[in-house]
Structure formats: C-alpha cells, structure tokens
Design a protein around this ligand. Structure first.
Ligand code: CTP
Length: 461
C-alpha cells in the first residue's frame, strides 16, 4: 500500500474522533533530505488511547502496543512502524527520566522537541496534504545544516539530557554543525548526562560510532565534556610528551584516525569499538627508556583487561565484549609476522587465536597505520599483504580458522578408558600443540596415531 493511502486512512480515523493528526519528527526531516524511512512518528491532538482503539478497528490491526502513562502507542502496518503520541507539554523531574505529560496543542508539543530540524510537522489532511508546519525555522536549519534547539538550549536539554548526545549524533551522522549557542549549552550542562541510564547513552554512542566519520562526533563529545562522563579512560589518552629527541604520538588523535579508517572501509560496530579500544592500555603502560625512547610494553594485555571492564560498565552484550577484547589483545601480533623468515607455525598460531576474527584483525592492523609518510604507509601495507597471503596459504592447507579438535574428548576417554578429568584435557592440548607446531596434520587419523604413539608419556600423572 502506498504511504499516501496509509496517511489518508489515519487522517480519516482522526476525523471520526474529532482529533487532528500530523506526521512529525524524523520522517519529515528525512523526507526533506530526500530520504524515506520506515519509522513514522505522528502527533495526535486529542486522546491517543481512544485514537488507538479506533485505529485498531479501522485498519484491522492485529496488534498494537499501548503505553498509557506516556500517552503513546505503536503498531506495524504494511512494513511501516507507526508511533503515535498525544501532543504534550512535557516536563521531567530533575533527577529522573520519567516524564510527566499533559495534553497540549500542536505548537506546544513542537516547542518541547529536541532540535528545530525535528520540530517539522506535515499536514496529512486531503485539503493540505504535504504542507509543512515549520514554527522554528527547521527548514532553514536543514538547508544550512545546523542543529539548534527550538527553545533556549538549557531548557531543551534539561527536559532530557540525552538530547546533548543526540545533538552530536545528528551533527555527526548528517555532517551538520551544531549552532554555537546550543554547543556552548552542552558544555555547560554536560554533567547532567549522569542522570541518564547507561543503556540509553550507549545506544546513542553506537549511532555516533556508526557515522561515516566517527571522529567528528568523538571530537565533539570530547570538547563538550560528555565523553569524560561515560568514558574517562579516553581522556587520559590525550597529549604528547617530548623527552630528549623522543616524542610519542597523541594516542587520542591517533585512535580517532584509526576509527575513521575502519569506518571508511565499511566496518560494523564491533570493529569500530575495537579500533576505539585498541590502544586504551597505552597511557597506563607508558614508560621512558633512555635508549629506546617511549615504550608501551604489554599495552595489549592491559588494554584487553580495561576493555572488558569498560564495556561491561557500558552494558555492551557479552559477545561484543569478547570480540573487542580479543582484537585488542591480538592487534600487535600480525606486525610480528611480517618478517620473511616467519614460520608456518607462527602463522598457524595466529589463525588459531584469532579464529573467525582474523579478517577483522587484519583490517584493524591496516587501519592502525596512520603515518603521514606515504612511503612508509606503502611499505607497511605491503608487509600486511604478505602476512595475508601467508595466512591464506596456511589456511587452505590446515583449515584452522574454526578449529575443532580432530580427535575429541569422548574418543580419548573411550580409547584409554578414562573418566572425564585433567588427563583428557592434557591429551587434547597435546594434539593442539602438535598441530600448531606442524608436527602432525590437522586430520583425525594422523592425530589418533600420534596419541597412540605417545600413549605412555601422556597417561603418566
Ligand atoms: N524527540 C525529542 N527528544 C528526544 C527524542 C525524540 O524531542 N530525546 C522527538 C524528536 O522530534 C524526534 C522524534 O521525537 O524527531 C522521534 O524520535 P526518534 O525516533 O528517537 O528520532 P528521529 O528524529 O525519528 O530520528 P532517528 O530515527 O534517526 O533516531
């Protein structure tokens, strides 16, 4: 069904109830940016719950979810997600995110929205179909690519402090500028982000990371002080120190470049997070060595631990945490393999450790090259090309990427009449090591023969 027809049906229902209904927010904004979405927000000037009952009947909707406390409901229709809210004058208690909503007219509703570009409403009556209602010069701000609050910014942000992150998200994803007064207000109010739940913060943060150039948003988060509220570990990455003739790269700005590099190659969220965290352990491991200059020994291990703690605190899912920790830990390994004389065994160990993440790991390593010297960049990239070739060769021969022991625990137990226990684990590790060392092929019969040949030493306590 065409969207115009859907709008028309919704309008007819509103008319039966004696209400007015408009399309608002992101859908109208995106339409004017020549993008069409599947999520459509409506504002109902009237009782949204009564409207919900009527709409359910008129459109023969199978399901419709109501949130009476908030005066909202949502439903799915012909592939669209439709969300309705009654026009409201919203106020929030200072220390809580629970809104107290009262019914209001369209204009007060629009005034309590976050940014002028999101205050645009569209008339869907047959007489004025498509007419844009623009109380706060949203179209002009769209044209000039500006994010600005419709009211005095501190008031808009105190209604919902998460909007400070949303401002940066829209600026980063749409590549808009934040109006200076609005930007200043974010700096002044940044501490208020503390009342927002971590889940909501991380959700916005992910959207900022998914921008074409995440560094744009990360810089703004840093400049306004917001980043320091939920990710203070990034703050200490800033700064360069010079001692004698040695200075080290500013880790913060290097990290921003690495994220932009992975983003440019279309990385998903997890790889972007790995780019964000790959050097997080550097500030804690920074030492000055009289001969070698600055060193960061063990930063991948410290970083892996820090990554686990931070991502857990930020409420990321366990698989994401596991993935990011793995890449942080392994990010220096391919560099150690660029040498011509590197053995197959070393390559095999990397494939074994990285598993399915080997391709992402190589993408991270390439993105980590941020030298401004194009000859060096070429050379380092060439080195990684060689590592990738070697990985492909060893991979093809040994199929180690999703390593499954060719002789499993049950078989070992049956063979030697063992009960489950440490000896079984020892034998499995023995097989694994032999494969990685190149002593035996990654095949069932060869591995079985190997354990039989070494039966005595393996069964010794
Ligand atoms: N809104 C707001 N304050 C918020 C969240 C939302 O004022 N903290 C309003 C805005 O008018 C916004 C509309 O509610 O346009 C819908 O919110 P949402 O779906 O979160 O954002 P969209 O603008 O639709 O953008 P996107 O779908 O890209 O998140």
């Amino acid at each position: 069904m065409k969207i115009e027809a859907i709008f028309n049906k919704i309008f007819q229902t509103a008319q039966h109830c004696g209400y007015l209904v408009y399309v608002v927010g992101g859908y109208v904004r995106d339409l004017l940016l020549h993008k069409t979405g599947k999520d459509i927000d409506f504002v109902v000037v009237g009782d949204a719950m009564e409207f919900a009952d009527r709409l359910k009947k008129d459109l023969h909707l199978r399901s419709l979810v109501r949130y009476p406390r908030f005066g909202t409901f949502m439903t799915h229709y012909y592939g669209y997600t439709l969300e309705f809210v009654h026009a409201r004058r919203e106020s929030y208690q200072r220390d809580s995110r629970k809104p107290v909503t009262e019914q209001a007219d369209l204009y007060s509703d629009l005034s309590r929205r976050d940014f002028t570009i999101n205050t645009l409403a569209m008339d869907i009556s047959p007489q004025n179909f498509g007419k844009i209602i623009d109380r706060y010069h949203g179209q002009e701000d769209l044209k000039h690519k500006i994010i600005r609050t419709p009211l005095e910014p501190s008031r808009t942000f105190s209604d919902d402090p998460l909007r400070m992150m949303r401002a940066i998200r829209f600026a980063a994803t749409l590549q808009f500028k934040i109006d200076p007064e609005t930007f200043r207000a974010i700096g002044e109010n940044h501490e208020r982000l503390k009342i927002i739940s971590q889940e909501r913060i991380s959700d916005e943060f992910n959207k900022i990371l998914m921008a074409d150039r995440p560094s744009l948003g990360l810089r703004m988060l840093d400049e306004t002080g917001l980043l320091n509220i939920f990710l203070p570990e990034m703050n200490v990455m800033k700064g360069v120190e010079q001692r004698k003739k040695y200075h080290h790269k500013d880790v913060f700005y290097h990290t921003l470049e690495v994220i932009d590099n992975v983003a440019e190659r279309g990385a998903g969220l997890n790889l972007r997070l790995a780019a964000l965290f790959h050097d997080i352990g550097k500030p804690r491991t920074k030492r000055f060595d009289e001969k070698a200059g600055w060193t960061f020994h063990g930063h991948e291990v410290v970083g892996e631990r820090m990554t686990g703690k931070i991502l857990h605190r930020m409420k990321y899912p366990a698989e994401t945490i596991h993935y990011v920790q793995k890449l942080v830990n392994l990010h220096l390994r391919p560099m150690a393999l660029v040498n011509e004389q590197v053995t197959d065994s070393a390559i095999r160990r990397l494939i074994f450790s990285a598993g399915d993440e080997i391709d992402d790991l190589m993408s991270l390593c390439r993105a980590d090259i941020t030298s401004k010297d194009s000859r060096k960049v070429k050379k380092y990239l060439g080195n990684y090309d060689r590592v990738v070739d070697k990985i492909a060769q060893v991979e093809e021969r040994d199929r180690l990427r999703n390593f499954q022991p060719p002789v499993n625990g049950n078989e070992i137990m049956q063979l030697f009449h063992l009960k489950p226990g440490p000896v079984v684990g020892k034998i499995k590790r023995y097989i694994e090591e032999a494969i990685l060392n190149g002593q035996v092929a990654n095949e069932h019969d060869a591995c079985l023969q190997l354990v039989l040949d070494h039966k005595e030493e393996l069964l010794k306590e």
